[in-house]
Design a protein around this ligand. Structure first.
Ligand code: NZQ
Ligand code: ZN
Length: 392
């Protein structure tokens, strides 16, 4: 079997109005001077920022504020945040928003704690020795960054999107009020449920040993998120579905659904990161666009897992050859994407890369993974290109 490390230090406070506890939580984890970091302003428009500030005020905590984290958050804002933290002697980061605000805050935390150029971590040149403590008030169920060890940043120069993972970046606490996700555009909700499923599927499509308990958790999570994603596509104000999806988002990426595997495949994510870097597309939609091509390209090297998935998750009947069952399973995932209005190829995503751009993305992707990567099938640069071309 594969041994594993399971480390989820994040204190989760889940439920309606939990944002009112933010100040107490910051205090509990030792914060005195806080940087509140947010995105493009949805948290101000919804009134959430005022409630968060009131909760910090009630605890007598000091804070400075930095907004502007965009989807596919940029390195330049991270640098700005680092300088602000140093100038203001910030000792605690509070991200209020989705994955982009959280990831940007994590990067600021690495930069302040370690000094030097923070991009070194995303460029695999250095390993972080720590991070400023970070808390989260989550507004979008998607990335799982509220409990995960990862942070994904885009460097404007060369449009390079890279992730860095370290346990130091795991948030101290995450405030999760599913009601806050009701102001999301339907498209972002759908991107979120796609990302949640993909975090589980990346860990599921592996070769080598696995554990039945992990498979059962993953399969149950996937069935739940797919069913509730369909509910939210028709009834965005469904509170129960919002709660199911929000908790699933954290469990999908805090490590739970990967225990006992080799760590996962992750090539759909790596390929999507190239699309996100070059075209600034929403992460979940990019994943939906590339997944079908990837799955059809790799399944022959991972037949038992694709078959198990088709039957246990997608409900395909055990009739016909293994290959027929598997292909029905892949088609069923793409039907689900269509039901929740996600793209099933790159053109539907709204971008049309040239042949040269496809080659460039495959090359950057290969560089980003040190040559080749994948567990369902190990992909080389040529395979990455073929998978991208199949997604056109
Ligand atoms: O910026 P604001 O104004 O807040 O608007 C955001 C943004 O436009 C909006 N939004 C968020 N919550 C809202 C809301 N609008 C109305 N009501 C709300 N409650 O939604 C848009 C998308 O937000 P963003 O934070 O960019 O989305 P997401 O959470 O999907 O994060 C995407 C980023 O995370 C990375 C992705 O690559 C991408 O850069 N990822 C991070 C991971 C991690 N740290 O573990 C793992 C993932 O695989 C992923 O790569
Ligand atoms: Zn993701």
């Amino acid at each position: 079997m594969n041994g594993f490390k399971y480390y989820t230090p994040t204190k989760v406070v889940f439920g309606e109005n939990t944002e009112s506890q933010t100040g107490k939580l910051v205090k509990e984890f030792g914060g005195k001077k806080i940087l509140i970091h947010y995105g493009g302003g949805s948290v101000i428009r919804s009134g959430l920022m005022d409630r968060v500030k009131a909760s910090l005020d009630a605890e007598g905590l000091e804070y400075v504020i930095l907004g502007g984290a965009v989807p596919n958050p940029r390195l330049s804002l991270v640098y700005e945040g680092i300088e602000l933290c140093k100038k203001e002697n910030v000792d605690f980061l509070l991200a209020v928003g989705g994955g982009s605000a959280i990831d940007s805050a994590k990067a600021i935390g690495y930069g302040v704690y370690n000094g030097g150029d923070v991009w070194d971590f995303y460029d695999y040149k250095r390993v972080a020795k720590g991070c400023l403590p970070l808390g989260v008030v989550l507004t979008l169920s998607a990335t799982g960054s509220e409990m995960s060890d990862s942070s994904v940043i885009t460097k404007e120069e060369g449009l390079v999107k890279r992730g860095y993972s370290s346990d130091y970046g795991r948030p101290k606490f995450a405030v999760m009020n599913p009601e806050l996700t009701k102001t999301l555009p339907d498209y972002q909700t759908a991107c979120g449920v796609t990302d949640i499923c993909m975090h589980t599927m990346e860990r599921y499509f592996v070769n080598g040993d696995t554990l039945d308990i992990t498979d059962s958790l993953a399969e149950g999570l996937l069935r739940t998120v797919m069913a509730n994603g369909r509910i939210l596509a028709k009834d965005p104000s469904n509170s129960k579905a919002r709660a199911e999806v929000m908790w699933a988002g954290s469990l999908a990426h805090n490590g739970l659904t990967g225990c006992g595997t080799d760590g996962g495949d992750w090539m759909p994510h790596k390929i999507e990161h190239e699309l996100g870097g070059l075209y600034d597309v929403a992460h979940g939609a990019g994943l939906a666009a590339v997944w079908g091509s990837w799955a059809r390209y790799v399944y022959k090297d991972c037949m038992p897992r694709f078959k198990k998935f088709a039957i246990n998750v997608m409900g395909v009947a055990e009739e016909g050859t293994d290959e027929e069952i598997i292909l029905k399973g892949i088609e069923a995932v793409q039907d689900w994407y269509r039901d929740i209005k996600m793209p099933t190829n790159i053109r539907e995503l709204g971008v049309t890369p040239t042949e040269e751009e496809l080659v460039e993305m495959a090359h950057k992707c290969a560089v980003g993974v040190n040559g080749c990567k994948g567990s369902a099938k190990l992909l080389s640069e040529n395979d990455m290109l073929a998978s991208l071309k199949g997604a056109m």
